[in-house]
Design a protein around this ligand. Structure first.
Ligand code: ZN
Length: 242
C-alpha cells in the first residue's frame, strides 16, 4: 500500500491544493492527515471540506480542539490564541461537528499515528532524539507517525542506535528492519526553514518514505490572512518557513 501523509494544514487552502495536486499525480491508495486542519490560516472551512473529502483517516490536533472549545488555550502563545479565537468565530457548525468526532491518535496495520506524540497525543512535540527514543519505547508498531512540530524528520531505531534526523525535500528513507518515528512536516505552516508545503509518500510494502515539498502561492494566503484580520506576524512567517 502507498500512503500520502499530510499534517498541520492550518487553514492554508493554497498550500493544501498544491500538495493535493502533487499527491494526485502519485496516485496513492490512501491519504492520512495527522491533524491541525485549522488554526492560523484564513480558510478553515474550505480546508476541513477538502481534507474530509480526500482523506481515509484524519486525526484531530491541538489547534482543531482549541477552535471547537474542547481544550484550554492557556498554553497557547498570544498569536496562537488570537488565531484560535478568529478560527472559532469563522468555523461553520458543520465542520466543527466533524472535528469534534475525530481522535488525536489512531492505528493501522504496522503503523501508529499521533498528532503530538504517543506520550501526549495532543500536546507533546517530538523534536529531540531523546524524546523520539521515549516515544519509540512507548509504542510497538514498526512505523510511528507524528505531526505537530511542523518539522519534517525521520528517526530510525535498530535496538542499539538512532539513525536519521531532519528530512529536507528529496530525502528518501529506506525503512528496512529498523523502527521509525516520522514527521511529514507541515502543509500550511512549515517551520523548518523551507517555506514550501510538505508531505510524505510512504510505500509500506517497499519500505520507503519520500519527503516532498511543493511551492504554492504564499502571497495569496498572506493577503487573505491580512484581509481577514489575522495577525501580520502569522502571515509574515509563511514566507520564511519558520
Ligand atoms: Zn500545527
Amino acid at each position: 500500500m502507498r500512503v500520502a501523509v499530510i499534517s498541520d494544514i492550518h487553514g492554508n487552502l493554497h498550500a493544501l491544493e498544491a500538495v493535493l495536486a502533487d499527491v494526485t499525480a502519485e496516485a496513492p491508495d490512501e491519504i492520512w492527515c495527522l491533524g491541525d486542519v485549522v488554526g492560523y490560516g484564513p480558510s478553515p472551512n474550505e480546508c476541513c471540506a477538502r481534507t474530509r473529502e480526500v482523506s481515509s483517516l484524519v486525526l484531530v490536533g491541538n489547534h482543531d480542539l482549541a477552535a471547537i472549545g474542547s481544550i484550554s488555550t492557556e498554553e497557547f502563545s498570544p498569536l496562537a490564541l488570537r488565531s484560535a479565537e478568529w478560527t472559532a468565530e469563522h468555523l461553520d457548525a458543520e465542520h466543527a461537528a466533524w472535528l469534534r468526532g475525530l481522535a488525536p491518535e489512531a492505528a493501522r496495520d504496522g503503523v501508529e499515528l499521533y498528532h503530538g506524540s504517543p506520550r501526549d497525543p495532543v500536546w507533546e512535540y517530538v523534536l529531540s532524539e531523546a524524546v523520539a527514543l521515549l516515544c519509540l519505547h512507548d509504542t510497538k508498531a514498526p512505523l510511528v507517525l507524528v505531526g505537530h512540530s511542523h518539522v519534517a524528520l525521520a528517526l530510525g531505531w535498530d535496538g542499539r542506535e538512532l539513525d536519521g534526523g531532519l528530512s529536507p525535500a528529496g530525502t528518501d528513507v529506506e525503512l528496512g528492519t529498523r523502527r521509525w518515528l516520522v514527521n511529514p512536516g507541515s502543509v500550511g505552516q512549515p517551520r523548518d526553514g523551507d517555506p514550501r508545503a510538505a508531505w510524505l509518500l510512504i510505500d509500506i510494502a517497499a519500505g520507503r518514505a519520500a519527503f516532498r515539498r511543493v511551492p504554492y502561492a504564499i502571497e495569496q494566503t498572506q493577503a487573505e490572512m491580512r484581509d481577514g484580520g489575522l495577525p501580520d506576524a502569522l502571515a509574515d512567517r509563511l514566507a520564511h518557513g519558520v
